[in-house]
Design a protein around this ligand. Sequence first.
Ligand code: SF4
Length: 235
Amino acid sequence: MDSQGPTELALLAEEIGGCRRCPRLVGWREQVARERRASFAEEEYWGRPLAGFGDPSAQLVLLGLAPAAHGANRTGRMFTGDRSGDFLFAALARNGLANQPESRARDDGLQLNGVWISAAVRCAPPGNRPTPAERDACLPWSVRELRLLENARVIMCLGAFAWDAGLRLKARLAGPAVSPPRPRPRFGHGAELPGEPCSLIGCYHPSQQNTFTGRLTEPMIDAVLARARTMAQAR
Ligand code: SF4
């Protein structure tokens, strides 16, 4: 990463923060921020799009689905302030990728080491379900973000939606005329798609739906993180 990288990432984050490309999501993120959940009634919600965050020299990028309405859409940082984040940051801390196992607020002292966290869609969607059109509208932000992460080698896609976005992102990073492969490589926990400029690896999303049911366990996410780091270092 050259010395311009972090500055350019900050400028990109400002640009992303003003995006209003998706009317449905703009309406929802702002409605949630106005109405708030009773338990957070005293807090000022972020209510805007989110840029990624983490280590600008990261080799590993985690790609989530979208901000949670009362999680990242409240706190203004990806995966911060919800149960998915509790599971994810504990895993990052266990694996030496974060300095603490919790992520509560933007000023909580969290530091990531070797990892960057972003999402396929940057505004909270109703029911946690963005549309394919919203995914595609948001893709250019991820392309620009990844291009500024000069050491990024592996994109770890959290869930099938992020995997689909990751396939498109990988193709766009490879060149304007490059399309995602056909037939489409299937998402799975531990699925891999090697290649340039970035490889993909799949991981079940750390949502409560998966972590409370045992579909995604601590050893399972630890194994994918370890494999992702090995893939990144091998390149
Ligand atoms: S989802 Fe992405 S493209 Fe759509 S409004 Fe939010 S930041 Fe913009």
